[in-house]
Design a binder for this molecule. Structure first.
Ligand SMILES: [Fe+2]
Length: 155
C-alpha cells in the first residue's frame, strides 16, 4: 500500500510542496522494499530529508514569529522520534510493514492538513512575503551534514 502524493495536498508554497512531494517519494520507496539492506538504505536518507524539511519549516516559523510554533515543533520532534523507532525496528529486523504503512498514511496526511496548512494560511492571512524572508541557502544547500542520522546518533 503506497501513500500517493496528490496536488490537493499542496499547501501553496512551492518550496514546502516540493519537499513534501519528495517526502512522499522517499516513504513510498521505503515501503516497496522487502529486505533489511534495502530498507536501511532507504530509511537513512528519509530521516535526513525529514529533518532538513522540518528545519526549513521551523526556520520559516521563527522568522515570522508564528504563534503556534511550539506545538508544531513538538509534532516534528514526535515524528522524528517515530522515524528513529522505524530505523531501530529495521536494524533489529522487527519491522512490520503494515504498521508503518498505517503510520505514514496518518502522519503525512494529518500533519500536512492539521499543522502545515494552517501555517501557510497564517502566512497568507498576514500577507507575509515568504520568498523574501527565506534565505536562499536554507534548503538543499547542505546545512545539514552527514552527521545527522537516525538511531539518535548526532556525532
Ligand atoms: Fe510541519
Amino acid at each position: 500500500m503506497q501513500v500517493p502524493w496528490s496536488d490537493v495536498l499542496k499547501v501553496g508554497d512551492t518550496e514546502i510542496d516540493t519537499q513534501h512531494e519528495e517526502l512522499f517519494r522517499r516513504v513510498n520507496l521505503l515501503l516497496k522494499m522487502t529486505d533489511t539492506i534495502c530498507l536501511t538504505k532507504c530509511v537513512i536518507p528519509l530521516f535526513r530529508h525529514t529533518r532538513e524539511h522540518f528545519s526549513h519549516e521551523e526556520e520559516v516559523m521563527r522568522r515570522i514569529q508564528y504563534p503556534d510554533i511550539l506545538p508544531h515543533i513538538i509534532a516534528h520532534n514526535h515524528l522524528l522520534k517515530r522515524l528513529n523507532e522505524l530505523a531501530v525496528s529495521i536494524a533489529n529486523e522487527t519491522f512490520v510493514k503494515n504498521d508503518w504503512q498505517t503510520f505514514f498514511h496518518a502522519w503525512l496526511i494529518n500533519h500536512i492538513e492539521s499543522s502545515d496548512r494552517p501555517l501557510l494560511g497564517y502566512i497568507n492571512t498576514h500577507a507575509l512575503p515568504l520568498d523574501h524572508i527565506m534565505p536562499a541557502h536554507t534548503y538543499g544547500g547542505g546545512f545539514l551534514n552527514d552527521s545527522t542520522t537516525p538511531y539518535g546518533a548526532r556525532r
